[in-house]
Ligand binder design. Sequence first.
Ligand code: SF4
Length: 62
Amino acid sequence: MDKKRTWIDQSICIGCQACVEIDESDILFMDDNGLAQAKPNDAKLVESQMVCPTGAVNIDEN
Ligand code: SF4
């Protein structure tokens, strides 16, 4: 599965880690550049989206 329903816009991520810390599904992680990244997923990580201070966590509806 290559789809990422929840995905990170790394162009506006500031690497605060808040989304990763609240994500209990282990879908989100910090990559080697110190920015959040999402594994392929079909999840709606609403809590991670809500805690992101820059709006970098996106959730596709379809
Ligand atoms: S909460 Fe937002 S700014 Fe912070 S690491 Fe996650 S995506 Fe980046």
